[in-house]
Design a protein around this ligand. Structure first.
Ligand SMILES: NC(=O)c1ccc[n+]([C@@H]2O[C@H](COP(=O)([O-])OP(=O)(O)OC[C@H]3O[C@@H](n4cnc5c(N)ncnc54)[C@H](OP(=O)(O)O)[C@@H]3O)[C@@H](O)[C@H]2O)c1
Length: 283
């Protein structure tokens, strides 16, 4: 008898890699996202153990419809990988309230919608796994990434509360914090930054420098399968970690952030991104 798991944001990148790996490892996988046509491409993979589900995590009715479809098969979910996410990038003063809402609606409220919907069955079963895809940005915030960083800091906080709340019920909660991973996400972030590099844009020079650094990050980054491996670990070992940092070498950055004064970390950040040039030459 296979365990069943729901993976959100499975039409691309990390979610897709996770759905495929879990299915190969014997899980029955419900792969959810808005683009059902992309999900349907997965159905032949993983020994036929992947079922595509249309789901917009920001829409309660859509989440509950998808869960009704799972329940109709007589299945109790063992786990959920809350992976669906978007990134709103740009200078703080240029980001509208609607864009802030879009960021939080998907990465935070969407995650809460899905978790709230799956929890009753896990609590009643007295077992379950919730794996939240956070980000290194949930600990170290880059410039021009305020909404995204804030949303991923929120994922860290809500995951801590949830882990402590659910431990007595046998439901275990983990956060995975990827650094740069080579998926279409990076391309979308590049496009978002482009809006702020034109003539007359008040932060154009800074954003251009940051964008160049960012452009080097994603294509040279590890593949999404390394995040999928961490999710597999969180779903299968008896005592999953509360946090997974992938790749593990990024733990060094986290240690730096935790141990050094912010002023030092800020300078290192400027140097790494090249933004120290901007400061040196003045506005
Ligand atoms: N790539 C990185 O460098 C990186 C680093 C750290 C953390 N992460 C996190 O990893 C997760 C996955 O990112 P990725 O790199 O795999 O990006 P991606 O390739 O762009 O995939 C994002 C996924 O989220 C889904 N999605 C977005 N809005 C949704 C909604 N309202 N309802 C349901 N699904 C939705 C998309 O599917 P549809 O458009 O079909 O709905 C897509 O499948 C995100 O939470 C991201 O923040 C990524």
């Amino acid at each position: 008898m296979y365990q069943s798991v729901l993976v959100t944001g499975a039409s691309s990148g990390i979610g897709e890699a996770t759905a495929v790996l879990l299915a190969h490892k014997g899980f029955r996988v419900f792969a959810a996202a808005r683009r059902i046509e992309k999900l349907n491409e997965l159905s032949g993979l993983g020994g036929g153990r992947i079922t595509a589900l249309a789901m917009d995590v920001t829409d309660d009715a859509s989440v509950s419809k998808a869960l009704t479809e799972i329940a109709a098969e007589g299945i109790t979910l063992f786990g959920v990988v809350n992976n669906a996410g978007v990134s709103v990038m740009g200078p703080f003063e240029k980001i509208s309230a609607d864009e802030w809402r879009r960021q939080f609606e998907t990465n935070v409220i969407g995650l809460a919608n899905v978790t709230r919907a799956v929890l009753p069955q896990m609590r009643e079963a007295g077992r379950g796994r919730i794996v939240n895809i956070g980000s290194l940005t949930g600990r170290i915030a880059a410039p021009f990434q305020a909404p995204y960083a804030a949303s991923k800091h929120a994922v860290e906080g809500l995951s801590d509360a949830l882990r402590r709340e659910l431990a007595p019920h046998g439901v275990k909660v983990s956060v995975i914090r990827p650094g740069f991973i080579n998926t279409p996400f990076g391309h979308q972030e590049q496009e978002a930054l482009s809006k702020f590099t034109g003539d007359g844009e008040p932060y154009a020079d800074q954003v251009r420098i940051f964008k160049e650094w960012h452009a080097r990050g994603h294509p040279n980054a590890p593949p999404p399968t390394i995040v999928a491996e961490a999710a597999l670990h969180a779903l299968t070992v008896d005592r999953p970690y509360s946090r997974y940092t992938v790749p593990a070498k990024m733990l060094g950055f986290l240690a730096l952030r935790n141990l050094m004064p912010s002023s030092v970390v800020d300078r290192i950040f400027e140097r790494v991104t090249g933004l120290n040039e901007f400061r040196r030459r003045g506005k």
